[in-house]
Design a protein around this ligand. Structure first.
Ligand code: GDP
Length: 370
């Protein structure tokens, strides 16, 4: 761009007092917009060891960011997340993991506030996680509601993380299990995992906790509470909540009934007889007794070896769950399968192919395509 450059008429002799210097040009081969957008998107990503060091130092904002990576479905996020989990694993495990379930309205969040307040005032560090696979469908997650557990949310010894909202129960459960590992590495010695006692998620929670607590109400039939026999069988304790005001007598009566019902179940491998207690989450009565009972369970099962045995069994279970989940993902995300699935579905619906033949052919296509 010289003095006679026609684009800069001010550089011509008529405009002697003016001169526009040549600027620095961008190398044309670089798409600066793409670079900017990449940096913008990835600006918040750190190296795995930076997350890990932060987590081990108890840095809660970094812990939260790492959990967000666990919950992300983006491949690059998953890659970092898996490395963080692997590196945190040797620092995890040193906690008691407690599953808490019960139908909506039974008082789970009030109870968690009461018990959480009790144990954090005793010096414990508590992480509250949730499994609520319905949260994506219903949009407003029951367990992710920000107005719940306000007291605990402001407690420096408590960390509350709502349920991951994406995907299948298996996926949600895996994310929660990985979050447990990170929380333990960050120094949380007590983990609560809350779930709504109406579906499959109890089994998932049971498969990742040391102690399973079922909250119930007095006076409501089991059917009304939506509690299935299988869930009662999983419980290490039943707490009958709202034992206050003129509900106390009813709660005591329900306690006797549940004790009798639990007698019918065979003694589990833990040799622990499930306990039934009453409490009031609002009045904070019966709460310390529940904590003592959990402590007793921890002591007994550590002594007889069941505590570690249950964790080992869970580790095995999760190995298979992870394999199943990955196989499924690999299959359904395969480009060829994604293209073919609808066509095969139609064939089955139109009775042009049996479901078995269609499945077999799709699987063969999948294996050949790899
Ligand atoms: P969640 O849906 O199981 O989490 O139940 P919440 O904790 O939100 O409680 C549902 C309702 O029951 C709220 O209005 C609470 O105030 C009330 N509630 C919870 N615990 C108690 C209790 O111990 N006694 C009484 N009387 N009400 C309670």
């Amino acid at each position: 761009m010289g003095k006679n450059d026609p684009r800069h008429i001010e550089n011509t002799p008529e405009f002697k007092a003016l001169a526009v210097n040549k600027g620095v040009e961008q190398p044309s081969s670089v798409n600066s917009d793409a670079v900017k957008s990449f940096l913008k998107k990835n600006r918040k990503l750190l190296l795995p060891e930076e997350y890990v060091n932060g987590i081990l130092a108890g840095d809660i904002p970094l812990l939260s960011k790492a959990v967000t990576l666990i919950e992300s479905s983006r491949a690059e996020h998953q890659e970092i997340a898996q490395e963080i989990v692997e590196r945190c694993l040797p620092h995890s495990g040193n906690s008691i993991r407690i599953g808490i379930t019960g139908v909506p309205g039974v008082g789970k969040s009030t109870f968690i506030e009461a018990l959480g307040g009790h144990i954090t005032s005793g010096g414990s560090k508590l992480a509250v996680l949730a499994i609520d696979p319905s949260s994506e469908r219903s949009k407003g997650s029951i367990l992710g509601d920000k107005t719940r557990m306000e007291e605990l949310a402001g407690n420096p010894n408590a960390y509350i993380r709502p349920s991951p909202s994406a995907g299948s129960l298996g996926g949600v459960a895996r994310k929660t299990r990985e979050t447990i590992i990170l929380c333990e590495a960050a120094g949380f010695d007590t983990i609560f995992i809350e779930t709504v006692g109406v579906g499959q998620s109890e089994t998932a929670v049971h498969s990742m906790t040391d102690f399973f607590l079922l909250l119930m109400l007095a006076g409501a039939g089991d059917e009304l509470q939506g509690i299935k026999r299988g869930i009662m069988e999983m419980a290490d304790a039943i707490a009958i909540n709202k034992a206050d005001g003129n509900n106390i007598e009813k709660a005591d009566l329900a306690k006797t009934q549940y004790i009798n019902a639990l007698h019918l179940f065979p003694l589990s491998e833990s040799k622990w007889k499930p306990k039934v207690l009453t409490c009031s989450a609002v009045e904070k009565t019966g709460i310390s007794e529940i904590w003592e009972m959990i402590g007793e369970y921890h002591k007994n099962t550590s002594y007889n070896g069941f505590f570690i045995q249950r964790r080992n069994e869970q580790a095995k279970y999760w190995m298979y769950e992870t394999i199943n989940e990955q196989l499924k993902q690999g299959f359904y995300q395969n480009p060829l399968i994604r293209k073919e699935l609808a066509r095969f579905e139609k064939k089955v619906l139109n009775e042009e192919a049996s479901s078995f033949a269609a499945a077999k052919e799709l699987l063969e296509k999948y294996y050949k395509s790899r």
